[in-house]
Write a protein that binds this ligand. Structure first.
Ligand SMILES: NC(=O)c1ccc[n+]([C@@H]2O[C@H](COP(=O)([O-])OP(=O)(O)OC[C@H]3O[C@@H](n4cnc5c(N)ncnc54)[C@H](O)[C@@H]3O)[C@@H](O)[C@H]2O)c1
Length: 257
């Protein structure tokens, strides 16, 4: 008979003390919401340094373009140099320009795929290389979107392709890394208030497309970065001890509408 696992006491179940987390695009929006909760739980966060350090939590910022392999490797090495390990990676950095296919240039297509999809591959490879060397497992959390499941609005075809790609990547990387106790999951947010979705940062066309989307949210509100931060803490901690290759939808019910 297999030995039953010890039950982690509730007081320790969300404790990330001694762990190091890299959160890409962690300085604002959803990434900041995630950095905040992981740092609060005790992880040394490689993101959003100044605001988190003010709270007395361990954090440092590394400027990186996630689509650039040498910069990504430097980011991973810096985290290990500063804190000694990488235990958690959150692939959050992403862009979502609302441009219809018929007006999207090949260069814009490449840019969306490079940041949203290639960036996830590069960061996963760089961080997992350290996790494999450390030999104590790890957690990788990919921020997809409800658009990885169903289109939220018109104008996001290439974005949707990138996020479907990240979800496919999540499942197969979960399979590949499971023998090494590296668990790979995804969070699919619905509409979240962030600088990227704020007034002024979207085109008039995108703002128009948002209106009917917002009207059909069953919870009758947009999400906040902390709504995602709390689920990231769940996936980064022992609360999700039997999960890999899953995608958690956090959308106020909008996929039902
Ligand atoms: N806000 C939403 O409604 C929503 C919904 C579903 C999914 N998402 C996803 O959540 C993630 C974060 O979205 P957000 O709304 O917080 O975005 P945001 O625009 O507010 O912030 C994006 C962050 O990513 C960083 N970033 C962009 N390009 C980068 C690059 N090449 N290299 C490194 N960092 C880069 C930015 O500097 C910024 O810190 C994205 O992957 C997005 O697709 C957002």
């Amino acid at each position: 008979m297999m030995k039953r696992m010890e039950t982690t006491p509730l007081k320790q179940i969300m404790d990330l003390t001694g762990k190091t987390a890299i959160i890409t695009g962690g300085a604002m929006g959803i990434g900041y919401g995630i950095s905040y909760r992981l740092a609060e739980a005790g992880a040394a966060a490689d993101a959003a340094a100044a605001k988190l350090s003010e709270k007395g939590w361990k954090a440092m910022a590394v400027a990186v373009n996630v689509a650039d392999a040498p910069q990504v490797e430097h980011m991973a090495a810096s985290a290990v140099g500063a804190y000694g390990s990488i235990d958690i990676l959150v692939n959050n950095a992403g862009i979502y320009p609302n441009v219809p296919v018929m007006r999207l240039s090949p260069e814009e297509f490449d840019k969306i795929i490079s940041i949203n999809l290639k960036g996830v591959y590069l960061c996963t490879k760089a961080a997992a290389a350290h996790m494999l060397k450390q030999g104590k497992g790890g957690k990788i959390i990919n921020i997809t979107s409800i658009d990885a499941i169903h289109p939220s609005m018109v104008g996001l075809a290439t974005y949707d392709a990138s996020k479907h790609g990240v979800w496919g990547f999540t499942k197969n990387a979960a399979l590949e890394l499971a023998p090494h106790k590296i668990w790979v999951n995804a969070i699919a947010p619905g509409g979240i208030h962030t600088p990227g979705t704020g007034a002024g940062s979207m085109t008039k066309e995108a703002e128009e497309a948002m209106k009917p989307f917002m009207e059909k949210i069953p919870m009758k509100r947009m999400g906040e970065p902390d709504d995602i931060g709390k689920v990231a803490l769940f996936l980064a901690s022992d609360l999700s001890s039997y999960m890999t290759g899953s995608q958690v939808v956090v959308d106020g019910g909008v996929l039902l509408a």
